[in-house]
Ligand binder design. Structure first.
Ligand SMILES: [Zn+2]
Length: 412
């Protein structure tokens, strides 16, 4: 494995992403061994010199919430009839694009093919980000992901349904057996008359799907296996259920009251943003002929998510950036950098957005000691953009990407 000495006009160093002008990074055996002002970084013989010129070098980007369904985003209702080899191959193509877009790590929040994709990437058969995967979701009967048009036999057949503490413990053990890295629980859904079951027609009208005893059973068994637990939780009741149950990471986490927001801040709970999911639905309304009722649902969620993002920023919630992208045609994984732009548009400072999509996201992945910042000892996961870091639109077209010390792409 080659050694590299990478110089750039600006490097963002450490968990604070401190700007270092005229900096350099030394990479040996896939790891960062030194980073700092150019004059302080050794020039060992044999290290390949890369000069990124006026570019800014950042830690590799991390999408803390995405999916490897490997299905057309407009056809998820056919998950029960599509074959898994096709789904894995289709997802592999998009994962390669995600890596080339500068995302050296990503967290899959639910897909039965996720663990095998992670394995194929780790073994070098296909190109993709370092994946941290949930495997199949865990849902109660009629819970977040158990609703028509998918037949109940499908979710059951895939072990996605678990009711009661004993069944949930077994489901967690099955995830561990199948190679999942963490557990994804669905804790909120729409009411029985809602047309959009999983997200609910009204973000403030969500109902919960599990008892606190069931959530605690999942968390206890996951932690015993060294796995973190993430919860799909929209609305005050579901977020409090997640907190009471000891869940580690909150996905979406909006449409909540002030007391719940304070609880999240006091507990230092990471909330994963997922703005892009709604952004790309809204962008697709006309081209893909979304019915009016569905547009109305997304509009209500968009308003609630934006309101709570702004309130959460002011309160001090540690947001991690996650896109909830699910694939082409409406939600291409390669568009993941949009989340940075959207977070800034909604009031996050550019440097805070960079941290939310690198070091904070690495915490959500349980990999903060391994990646997420340019620090000696960490994996050499790096991305360079041809602009200063005030302009996060440049993240959409990185000029250099390195994953675990291997050059993925280089325009220099
Ligand atoms: Zn998701």
């Amino acid at each position: 494995m080659s050694s590299f000495r990478i110089a750039a006009r600006e490097i963002r160093i450490g968990d604070a992403l401190e700007p270092c002008r005229n900096g350099a990074v030394l990479v040996e055996a896939g790891r960062i061994v030194a980073a700092g002002p150019d004059a302080t970084v050794p020039r060992p013989e044999g290290a390949i010199a890369i000069d990124l010129g006026a570019a800014t070098l950042l830690p590799g980007l991390i999408d803390a919430h995405m999916h490897t369904f490997g299905m057309p985003s407009t056809g998820l209702g056919a998950l029960n009839t599509e074959r898994e080899p096709y789904r894995a191959l289709r997802a592999a193509g998009e994962l390669r694009e995600l890596l080339h877009a500068g995302f050296t790590s990503a967290r899959c929040l639910g897909s039965s093919v996720g663990p095998d994709l992670r394995r194929a990437i780790d073994e070098g058969h296909i190109e993709g980000p370092r994946l941290v995967v949930a495997g199949q979701f865990i849902s109660s009967t009629g819970g977040t992901w158990d609703a028509p048009p998918l037949p109940s036999s499908w979710a059951r057949g895939h072990g996605a349904i678990a009711d009661g503490a004993d069944a949930i413990v077994q489901a967690v053990r099955e995830r561990a057996r199948s190679g999942a890295d963490f557990i994804k629980l669905g804790l909120s859904k729409g009411g029985t008359r809602d047309r959009y079951h999983a997200w609910g027609d009204d973000p403030f009208g969500q109902v919960t799907t599990y008892s606190v005893e069931e959530v605690r059973a999942a968390v206890g068994e996951a932690h015993r296996n060294g796995m973190l637990v993430s919860a799909h939780a929209i609305g005050t009741a579901a977020v409090n259920l997640a907190l009471d149950g000891g869940v580690d990471i909150i996905e979406h986490g909006y449409a909540i009251d002030d007391a719940t927001r304070d609880r999240l801040v006091d507990a230092g709970k990471i909330v994963v943003t997922t703005i892009s999911q709604l952004y790309f639905h809204r962008a697709a309304y006309d081209e893909f002929g979304y019915p009016q009722w569905e547009r109305d649902v997304y509009e209500r969620h968009w308003q609630a998510m934006r309101r709570d993002f702004e309130l959460g920023l002011a309160a001090g919630i540690p947001f991690a950036l996650g896109t909830d992208l699910i694939g082409r045609p409406t939600h291409p994984l390669a568009s993941a950098a949009k989340e940075f732009e959207l977070a800034v548009e909604w009031g996050m400072a550019p440097d805070a957005a960079l941290r939310a999509g690198t070091i904070v996201a690495a915490r959500a992945l349980g990999l903060a000691d391994e990646t997420g910042s340019v620090v000696a000892g960490k994996s050499a996961d790096l991305v360079a953009i041809a602009a200063d870091t005030g302009d996060l639109a440049a993240l959409a077209s990185p000029v250099f990407v390195m994953k675990q010390g291997e050059i993925v792409r280089s325009a220099v």
